[in-house]
Design a protein around this ligand. Structure first.
Ligand code: BGC
Length: 726
C-alpha cells in the first residue's frame, strides 16, 4: 500500500553559489583531505583526534555535548587546518536533550504529527545551543518485536503511522534555526530493516522478501527522503546476506537511483569495520572497499576509511571520483547548515536555552498525550474526590532515572519529578498520600507486609510498576517480557486486597502483562515519559487530561506470539472463517495453548469519554483508478467527559495477484468532542494509495473488491465495501 517504488526520483533545485563553493574547495584538497572529510570519530578513538583535526583528516566529531570542547576542536579545524573546513558535530538526541520527552514509541501513541514536530523542534533547539549540528535521529525502523530493546526508539509496527511521524520528526529537527541562522541536520536511521533483527536480538541478521522490505519496512525511510532529510545512517544488520553498511542494492539502487536521495550516507558506529566479523570482508581494507563502492560516504568511528581509503585510491581499486562525489555531498551539507559562516557555538549563552519552562510544559503535555488507558473497569479513573487516602505502591513510585528512558545523555535525573512528589502536590489538599516501594524494580526485594498495610489504609491503590531505563535501548533486548523482579507477586497480592487498584506501567516497550490486566481493574500504559512523565500521569489520574493515546504497537499476550501485528496475512486456514469448514478447528492457523489475538491491538486506547461509531457511508461505492475514495462515519461522545478520539481508516484488498494483509491503516484523524456532541468524519483516499507490488515487485493498482473500516482501533470498527474499477 505504501510501496516504496516510485517512478519519479526527487529533484532538488541547484544553488550555483553552493555548487561553486564546494567545487572550489574540492579542487584544493589532497587525497588525504578528501578521505578526512569521510571520517567521523569520537574522543575515545585510539587516534590523536586533535592532530588529525589539525591535518584536516577528520570531518565530524560525535558524542561531544560540551560547547567549550566543541569550540576547542572547531577552532583547531577552522583556524589551524590548511583549508579551514569546519567540523560537523553529531549527537543522538532521540527524545530530548536536557528536557527529556517521552520515548519515541510512546510519542507515537499520540498519533499527533504536530506535537511530534514541536517536540523535535524543542529538542534540537536545546541541542543546537550546546553545539550539536547533526542529530542521529529519527529512527524509523518498523518493529514488531518488543523483545528488541530498540523498539523504544521508533514509532512502532506500522508503515503508515511511522512514515507520517518520521516526516514530522524531520521537519521539527531541520526547520529550527539558532540565533546565527544555523540549522541542524536530521539523520534517518537505521537503513534498513534493522527493526526486524531475528529473534529480537540486537544487531542480528534480517532475511526478508523484497516485497515485505519495500512495502512494510522501507516506506518510512522513503517518507523521510521526501520530507527532505539531509542524512541517512546505514544499519548494523545484514539483509539477505549483505550487511546494510556495504549494501549497494539498498544504497545505490533504492536510495540514490529510485528515490533520488542526494544527502550524506553515514555508517553506524564502526559498522564498516564490523564487515570483517560478519565474514563479508577479509580485513578492514576490504571492508573499506566494499562500503565505499556500495555508496557509504562517511565512516562513523573511522576505523576503516581513515586507514585504507587513500591506499585503495592509489592502487586504482577505487576511483577518486567516488571520493569526490561523497566529499561534495559532505561539504554541501556543511554549507547548507551554515557552518562555514558560523562554525562556533555561543558558549556563554548555551545553558540559558536549556530546560526552559515552555520545554518542560511541552514535556508534560507530551507525556500525558502519550499515555494509553488500557483498562478502566468500573470507571475507577479519573480518581474520585471521595478517595481520601491514596496508597502509591511500587518500585516506580519514587523513581527518577527510570522515567527518563533509554538514550538520554544530557537529561538530568535531578530535574525529574517523581510520581510521589507530583501526587503530593497535585492531589486535593485533603487527600492523604501513603507511599510504599513494595519491591525493587528488579531482583529479589519484596515487602508484601508493608505494601498490604498501606493498601489496607487506602481508598484506592496506585501501583507504579515497570522497567528501568536500562532495560530497553541499544543492546538491551529481553527474552522475557514480564514485569521484572518480583513486581508480579506484588501486583498479585494487591489484587486480592479488596481495594480498587490502578496499575501504572512505566516501560520502554510493550510488556507481557496478561495476568496483571486480568487481575487489575484499571491499567494505564505510561511508558518512559521523560522529565515530566510524572506530571503527565498525575494529570491523567486526576482527570485534568483525558487520555487519548492509541497504541503504536500491539501488546502480545505471551512471548510465543511474537511477532504479533495487525497487518498480517489471512493464510489459507484462518481461525475466523466463513463458508465450508473442511477441517476441524485444530487444523487452523492457531496455537494449541494461546489465542491468536494480541492482548491489546495496534490502535487501541480508551478514554474517560465514550465514543460511539455509527452511520458508515461509503460515498463512492465504485471508485475509478484515478479517483478518490470517500467514506464517512459519525462519531458521538456519549460519555460525560470532554475527550479526543483518534479515528482510524483501514482497508483490505480482498483478492490480489499476491496475497494482501487483512487490514492496512491508510489514514487517521484526531477529533475533539464535548459530551453529547457528534461529528461526521469524512476521509478521502486517492485510489492510487491502494497500489501494491505484484509478483515482480512492480506497482499495480488492481480492480476488484475492497473492505474498508472506520474505527477506534485495528480490531474494531464499522465495515463497508467498495469496488475499484478501471
Ligand atoms: C547506534 C546509533 C547511534 C550511534 C552513535 C550506534 O551504536 O546504533 O543509533 O546513532 O551509535 O551514537
Amino acid at each position: 500500500m505504501v510501496s516504496t517504488i516510485s517512478s519519479k526520483p526527487l529533484t532538488r533545485s541547484i544553488d550555483p553559489k553552493r555548487e561553486a563553493f564546494c567545487a572550489d574547495l574540492l579542487a584544493k584538497m589532497t587525497l588525504e583531505e578528501k578521505v578526512g572529510q569521510m571520517v567521523q570519530a569520537d574522543l575515545s578513538w585510539h587516534e590523536d583526534v586533535r592532530q588529525l583535526t589539525r591535518e584536516g583528516r577528520i570531518s565530524s566529531l560525535f558524542t561531544i555535548r560540551d560547547p567549550k570542547v566543541i569550540n576547542l576542536y572547531q577552532h583547531i579545524a577552522v583556524d589551524e587546518s590548511r583549508l579551514g573546513i569546519p567540523l560537523i558535530i553529531g549527537n543522538d538526541i532521540i527524545h530530548g536533550f536536557r528536557s527529556i520527552f517521552p520515548i519515541p514509541l510512546a510519542l507515537a501513541c499520540t498519533w499527533d504529527p504536530e506535537l511530534v514536530e514541536q517536540v523535535a523542534r524543542a529538542s534540537i533547539t536545546e541541542a543546537m545551543a550546546c553545539g550539536t549540528t547533526w542529530n542521529f535521529a529519527p529512527m524509523v525502523d518498523i518493529s514488531r518485536d518488543p523483545r528488541w530493546g530498540r523498539v523504544a526508539e521508533g514509532s512502532g509496527e506500522d508503515a503508515y503511522l511511522s512514515s507520517t511521524l518520521g516526516a514530522a520528526w524531520i521537519r521539527g529537527y531541520q526547520e529550527a534555526r539558532d540565533a546565527d541562522g544555523r540549522s541542524a541536520a536530521a539523520c534517518v536511521k537505521h537503513y534498513a530493516a534493522y527493526g526486524a533483527s531475528e529473534s529480537g536480538k540486537d544487531y542480528n541478521s534480517v532475511d526478508m522478501s523484497e516485497r515485505r522490505l519495500r512495502e512494510e519496512y522501507l516506506p518510512p525511510y522513503r517518507a523521510a527522503v521526501e520530507a527532505g532529510v539531509q542524512t541517512l545512517m546505514t544499519s548494523f544488520n545484514d539483509l539477505n546476506g549483505v550487511p546494510a553498511s556495504a549494501n549497494s542494492f539498498l544504497i545505490k539502487r533504492i536510495l540514490r537511483e529510485e528515490w533520488g536521495f542526494e544527502g550524506v550516507v553515514v555508517s553506524d558506529y564502526d559498522a564498516i569495520g564490523e564487515l570483517v566479523m560478519h565474514g563479508f570482508a577479509r580485513d578492514h581494507k576490504e571492508a573499506t572497499l566494499r562500503s565505499v563502492l556500495a555508496g557509504v560516504d562517511m565512516d562513523m568511528m573511522g576505523n576503516a576509511y581513515h586507514f585504507h581509503l587513500a591506499a585503495l585510491v592509489r592502487e586504482g581499486k577505487v576511483a577518486e571520483t567516488v571520493l569526490d562525489e561523497a566529499v561534495l555531498r559532505i561539504l554541501g551539507l556543511k554549507y547548507d547548515l551554515g557552518l562555514f559562516e558560523h562554525p562556533f557555538v555561543d558558549e556563554a549563552d548555551a545553558h540559558s536555552a536549556l530546560s526552559l519552562p515552555e520545554s518542560l510544559d511541552l514535556a508534560a503535555k507530551a507525556a500525558a498525550q502519550s499515555i494509553v488507558l488500557l483498562k478502566n473497569e468500573g470507571g475507577i479513573l479519573p480518581l474520585n474526590a471521595s478517595a481520601k487516602t491514596v496508597a502509591l505502591i511500587g518500585p516506580l513510585a519514587k523513581e527518577r532515572q527510570s522515567l527518563l528512558g533509554c538514550w538520554c545523555f544530557d537529561g538530568r535525573v535531578e530535574d525529574v519529578e517523581t510520581l510521589a512528589e507530583v501526587l503530593e502536590r497535585d492531589l486535593p489538599a485533603d487527600t492523604n498520600l501513603i507511599v510504599e516501594q513494595g519491591c525493587a524494580i528488579d531482583g529479589g526485594d519484596l515487602d508484601l507486609a508493608g505494601a498490604l498495610k498501606a493498601a489496607a489504609l487506602a481508598d484506592v491503590v496506585l501501583l507504579a510498576l515497570g522497567e528501568s531505563d536500562t532495560m530497553s535501548g541499544e543492546a538491551h533486548s529481553r527474552a522475557h517480557l514480564c514485569l521484572p523482579g518480583r513486581q508480579q507477586e506484588l501486583a498479585d497480592a494487591l489484587a486480592k486486597c479488596g481495594k480498587p487498584v490502578v496499575a501504572l506501567v512505566f516501560a520502554g516497550r510493550p510488556l507481557v502483562m496478561t495476568k496483571l490486566v486480568e487481575e487489575t481493574p484499571s491499567v494505564v500504559m505510561a511508558w518512559h515519559g521523560g522529565t515530566r512523565a510524572a506530571r503527565g500521569v498525575a494529570d491523567v489520574l486526576t482527570g485534568k487530561v483525558n487520555p487519548s493515546g492509541k497504541l503504536s504497537i500491539s501488546f502480545p499476550r505471551s512471548e510465543g506470539q511474537i511477532p504479533v501485528y495487525y497487518a498480517h496475512k489471512n493464510t489459507g486456514r484462518p481461525v475466523e472463517t466463513s463458508g465450508t469448514v473442511q477441517f476441524n478447528q485444530a487444523h487452523k492457523s492457531s496455537y494449541l495453548d494461546e489465542e491468536n489475538a494480541p492482548l491489546f491491538p495496534f490502535g487501541f486506547g480508551l478514554s474517560y469519554a465514550q465514543f460511539d461509531y455509527s452511520g458508515l457511508k461509503v460515498l463512492t461505492p465504485q471508485v475509478r483508478k484515478n479517483e478518490t475514495l470517500r467514506i464517512s462515519a459519525r462519531v458521538t461522545n456519549s460519555g460525560k467527559w470532554h475527550g479526543s478520539e483518534i479515528v482510524q481508516l483501514y482497508v483490505r484488498d480482498l483478492v490480489g495477484v499476491v496475497t494482501r494483509p487483512v487490514k492496512e491503516l491508510v489514514d487517521f484523524r484526531k477529533i475533539a468532542l464535548a459530551p453529547g456532541d457528534s461529528q461526521t468524519v469524512e476521509f478521502e483516499l486517492p485510489a492510487g494509495c491502494l497500489s501494491f507490488l505484484d509478483e515482480n515487485h512492480h506497482p499495480v493498482l488492481e480492480e476488484g473488491d475492497y473492505k474498508v473500516w472506520i474505527g477506534p482501533n485495528s480490531a474494531e470498527g464499522l465495515e463497508g465495501r467498495f469496488e475499484l474499477i478501471d
